[in-house]
Design a protein around this ligand. Structure first.
Ligand SMILES: C[S@@+](CC[C@H](N)C(=O)[O-])C[C@H]1O[C@@H](n2cnc3c(N)ncnc32)[C@H](O)[C@@H]1O
Length: 274
C-alpha cells in the first residue's frame, strides 16, 4: 500500500483553468471484500489524482489503484484525534482547488455513518463539483456473509440502522427500534454494549431476544457470535470482540445456520439461545 502526504497550496485565483478541472468524489469501498467494490467505484479510483482513505478501507482495495494515484491516510482510529474532520475537509477542498480529482474513499457506503453530509456541504459552499458513488454498507455485507436476511416475511417487516453513539457521546435513542417484527442493526456499538442492552431492556425488549455480533464482516477473520440482548455486554468482553463489528438484533437471527457457511469462511459460532 502506497501512502503519501499531499501538500497542495490553497486556491490560486490565477489558475482558473486548473480550478475548473478540480472535483471531489465520495466513494464507498464496501465492507472489506475487494470484490464488493462497485464497477463505478473502481473506475473512479483508477481516474483519481489523489485518494483520501479511512481506517476501515481494506488494503487490497488500495492495491487496485494505479501507481500514479497518491493515497493519503485520513483515518481516525478508535476516534483518536489524529486528524480532525475539519482538517480532512480542508485537505480535500485544497486538492480540488488545485485542479485535482480528489476521491474521499470511505468504508461501506459513504452516506451511512460516514460524515459525508459535512463534506458535501463544504464542497457546495466552496462551489466545487462533488459526486457520490455508493458502496455496500456493513449491514449489507454482514447480512450476505452470514445469510441472515435483515427482513423476513415471518420475522421482520422493517429494519433500522443505528449508530450507538450520538455526536455528544450519549447513547442513541433506541426506543421503538427493536422487538417483534423489527430488525435493528447497530454500528459502532462495542463500547456501548452494556448501555445498549439496558436501554433495549427498558424499552421492553426481552432479555432473551436474539443478537448476532458480526465481527470483520466479509473480511479475513470474520466471526459470528450469537447471543441475546440481556447478555450482549458480557459477550462482547468474553469473546474479545474487536472493531469493526456490528450487532444484528431481532428474530431474523434465528435463521442463522452455521452449517450453511462454507468452511473457508472460518466462522466461529457461540450459540446462546435455542
Ligand atoms: C464509521 S462507521 C462507517 C460505516 C460505513 N460507512 C458503512 O456504510 O458500513 C464504522 C462502523 O461500521 C461497522 N463496520 C464497518 N465495516 C464493518 C465490517 N466489515 N464488519 C462489521 N462491522 C463493520 C462497525 O460498526 C464500525 O464501527
Amino acid at each position: 500500500v502506497r501512502v503519501a502526504r499531499l501538500i497542495v497550496k490553497s486556491s490560486d485565483p490565477s489558475s482558473s483553468v486548473e480550478r475548473s478541472r478540480g472535483k471531489i468524489t465520495l466513494v464507498g469501498a464496501g465492507p472489506g471484500d475487494p470484490d464488493l467494490l462497485t464497477v463505478k467505484a473502481l473506475r473512479i479510483l483508477e481516474s483519481a489524482d489523489v485518494v483520501f482513505f479511512d481506517d476501515l478501507v481494506a488494503p487490497e482495495i488500495l492495491e487496485l489503484l494505479p501507481a500514479r494515484v497518491r493515497c493519503i491516510y485520513v483515518g481516525k482510529p478508535h476516534h483518536a484525534a489524529v486528524i480532525t474532520q475539519d482538517e480532512i475537509i480542508t485537505q480535500i477542498l485544497a486538492a480540488a482547488h488545485a485542479g485535482l480529482h480528489a476521491v474521499r474513499l470511505k468504508s461501506g457506503d459513504p452516506m451511512i455513518f460516514g460524515r459525508s453530509g459535512e463534506e458535501l456541504a463544504a464542497a457546495h459552499a466552496a462551489g466545487i463539483p462533488i459526486e457520490v458513488v455508493p458502496g455496500v454498507t456493513a449491514a449489507g455485507g454482514a447480512a450476505a456473509s452470514t445469510r441472515i436476511s435483515l427482513t423476513h416475511r415471518d420475522y421482520a417487516q422493517q429494519v433500522s440502522f443505528l449508530t450507538a453513539v450520538r455526536r455528544n457521546g450519549v447513547l442513541a435513542d433506541v426506543r421503538g427500534l427493536a422487538g417483534v417484527g423489527k430488525t435493528l442493526v447497530v454500528y459502532m456499538g462495542l463500547v456501548r454494549a452494556p448501555e445498549l442492552s439496558a436501554a433495549l431492556g427498558a424499552d421492553g425488549v426481552a432479555a432473551n431476544w436474539p443478537v448476532a455480533i458480526v465481527e470483520n464482516a466479509t473480511r479475513p477473520g470474520e466471526r459470528v457470535i450469537l447471543t441475546t440482548v440481556g447478555d450482549l455486554g458480557p459477550t462482547v468482553v468474553r469473546e474479545n470482540i474487536r472493531t469493526p463489528a456490528l450487532f444484528i438484533i431481532g428474530e431474523v437471527v434465528k435463521t442463522y445456520a452455521a452449517d450453511v457457511m462454507p468452511a473457508s469462511a472460518a466462522v466461529e459460532t457461540v450459540s446462546a439461545f435455542a
